[in-house]
Design a protein around this ligand. Sequence first.
Ligand code: HEC
Ligand code: HEC
Ligand code: HEC
Ligand code: HEC
Ligand code: HEC
Length: 227
Amino acid sequence: MSRFHFPAWINPLLPAVVGFLGIGALYYTGLFAYAVHPATSDVGYRPEQPVPFSHALHAGRLKMDCRYCHNTVEVAAHAAIPPVGTCLNCHQGVDQNGQSPTVAIHVNSLKLQPIRESAATGQSVVWRKVHDLPDYAYFNHSAHVTRGVSCVSCHGRVDRMEVVEQKATLAMGFCLKCHRNPTPSLRPVDEVTNLAWEPGPGQENIGQEVAESLRIHPQENCSTCHR
Ligand code: HEC
Ligand code: HEC
Ligand code: HEC
Ligand code: HEC
Ligand code: HEC
């Protein structure tokens, strides 16, 4: 049996064939670069905020629990951004009755000027959104934080950030990687806001134990996130 040979008339076309392959390679390189580019996934996005609020100070050094401010995170899809009243619990000079409050920190700080103005005028401070999924993807905070998935899995070490920055792509592949096999990412529910938590001695199988006690299963159906 003779081996197959391309007919001779192909030869003049070879440069074009090679050209097409080259363009194809370029196209896919470009597509890949686009897909992983920070502007697409928004990793590293850290907009400047109207008040230089530091998580490294409040959640890190002062050890305030995330839920003191993001108080809907366990019960709602969205994690509320606190109103200025929450800040004024500590940063207010005089309370509504003109009395000096028991806690009064940096009451004349220029950095806190927009907070005082907001309280005086009733116009809320316009914080700039850092994380933003497209509308066709459904996300729910309470479904995660009440099931042993920590903030750190999706937001990184916020307690070390002076300015909040997006750490994970939040792309479909990122969500699915965990949804296919959530067990290794699970921790005791009361440790979800303790971003520094690591399994202690005797907790080698903690993910498995949490998964069993809360009956957690892989969630890969399209309708979980696209409804
Ligand atoms: C004292 C109040 C306070 C505490 C405590 C606090 N935060 Fe925040 N957080 C804010 C405010 C105000 C903003 C909006 C301004 C900004 O982005 O820095 C914010 C923004 C965020 C954002 C970005 C939201 C967006 O726009 O996408 C994340 C994520 C976040 N916080 C996570 C955490 C985590 C995790 C903890 C606990 C380790 C925590 N926060 C503790 C007040 C707080
Ligand atoms: C499984 C991933 C995941 C976990 C766990 C998680 N978040 Fe988020 N977070 C997101 C996503 C995704 C968004 C963007 C939501 C959107 O655009 O609709 C977000 C947005 C936010 C926002 C902005 C307000 C909002 O709801 O859009 C805050 C504040 C926030 N997260 C705080 C927290 C805190 C505090 C915790 C832990 C108690 C936490 N997150 C746990 C994925 C997560
Ligand atoms: C539980 C008390 C408490 C709450 C609530 C609180 N802070 Fe603070 N904040 C502090 C303390 C304490 C410091 C000062 C730490 C230091 O100077 O060592 C501080 C410092 C600051 C500073 C730096 C001020 C300067 O001039 O250096 C800013 C800005 C700030 N906080 C913003 C906020 C905002 C915005 C909120 C509300 C989202 C808030 N804080 C809520 C306790 C609090
Ligand atoms: C680190 C692990 C992890 C990551 C990352 C993660 N999830 Fe989840 N997700 C879970 C777990 C665990 C559950 C609860 C599963 C159960 O109850 O059996 C869950 C539940 C959900 C639910 C609720 C399902 C229901 O019907 O109650 C939605 C919606 C969801 N995830 C969307 C997302 C989206 C969108 C992303 C990406 C932005 C994401 N998740 C990233 C672990 C994760
Ligand atoms: C755990 C949550 C989750 C599940 C399950 C999921 N998706 Fe997605 N999907 C997302 C998120 C989040 C995005 C938005 C990604 C982004 O911001 O780029 C997305 C984006 C998409 C897009 C837009 C193009 C793209 O890739 O960004 C399509 C199409 C899509 N999903 C189809 C599906 C289909 C089909 C299934 C079932 C086989 C599915 N998804 C299951 C979370 C999910």
